[in-house]
Design a protein around this ligand. Sequence first.
Ligand code: ADP
Length: 500
Amino acid sequence: MKQAGLNDEGINKLLAIKKEVTKESDQELAADVVVIGAGGAGMAAATTANQAGKTVIVIEKASKMGGNTILSGGAFNAVDDGSETAIANKDSVEKHYTQTFEGGDKQGDPKLVRTLVENAWSGVVWLKSLGMEFQDGVFTVTGGMWPRAHKPVEPEGTGFFKTYQEYIDKNKGITMVYNTTADELIVENGIVTGVRCTGKSGNTITVKAQNGVVLATGGFGQNIEMRMKYNEISKKWPTLDASIPSTNTSGITGDGMIMAEKIGANLVQMENIQLLPLGDPKTGSLSGNIEHAVESRIFVNLDGKRFVNEGGRRDEMTLALFDQKDTTMYIVMDSDTYPKGDELNNFGESIASLVSAGRSLKADTLEELAQLMGVPADNLIGTVKAYNRYCKDGDLAGTADEFGRTLFSDTDGINNGINDGPFYAAVRVPTVHHTMGGVQINELAQAISTSGEVIPGLFAAGEVTGGIHGSNRLGGNALSDTIVFGRIAGTSASNFARQE
Ligand code: ADP
């Protein structure tokens, strides 16, 4: 247009006309229940509401369902109290409660923590009833502190969404509205009755709910302004500016919290932001993470030395990583995890493909591995030797190491330390993962106002809510949260009837 002689003003005018011409007409939609966000919590809520006989409209900013949930490693903490698995792992719902509550420095609302742990297993049973498949047994996810994570058969979080899509295809009554961003909640006579949205072409889409509205828009890990603002309060992390990447998908920008706050919802513990020490150095994503479970790997800094309890809390591990050279570490493990050399990691990538893409290093000896990593070989060999003493068959097996680590042997008993070549290493950096603060809710997933009252018509579930996980979320509890509170929100929103 410039070559045709138009100045900036002329170009802008033309572009505005073009937008006006291609803009679709405004729309008004209605359903019994309206869900905002098609991630883990939103789809659990939508499915549950539909199972209760309700029509549902799901509004989703992106072009497909999944949110951050689909990018996760799939770990779902749940204890089937008294089962063989729980007994074999010395686990119980009570232990899950204690580890969740104490792992968050007792900042979580005890009633919400109870609700989470007591309903997690029925969440697994519900997912299975919808056709979702889980692998046998449990594993310890990073920061999970204990072997209680169930792993779906499908990679990452894809199994959840395959299940929901199949449900939608088989049953009538759930309408997915993609490429549509919710902008503001509609409040009539003090009741939340719907949401105003912007469609792909810039048109306004107004969606009204006969029953309740469920907010399930996730956290704010990709909103740099918000994470810097709230980190200023806790000062937990040295910085959360743009130099720190995130595992989150780009649309996770705190929209739900902003919308809810505008209509008087109480935002709690926004300063509680979780980082993982497991980010891809280029993208911050969890892909390329070679670990399968806590017990079979160590973290090594650029000096070839361990520096933290790798079975501990996520915040402690990541804070320790910030103190290491270039805030960079390697995950190091042996072939116990990849005996054939072409198995998949928790993110559906084969170790062979990661090695050939240069995203994982592989060597027959620790000396060669150290060379590839660029760390002193003597240090790495010494580090591994010292670590192996605590593993199965080691002379210090059964005791805690100098960092307080107690999780050493795989539950299947295969892993007995890092001693069977070939050896693997993958470089990792700190990455923003989960925001524990958000909209205050009660056990019925009703949103709470700044004056402590229930906000009629508004329900919230998943990462958009706050006050469950406290200062530090236990690894594997986010998916449980989406299912437990997503289902509760779906039920509560279905039961909500306006009294006008
Ligand atoms: P949770 O784990 O809590 O379910 P996810 O990150 O999995 O959270 O999903 C949140 C979903 O909400 C994402 O798919 C995201 O694109 C969607 N979302 C975020 N903001 C909006 C918005 N303003 N309008 C519609 N959808 C949104």
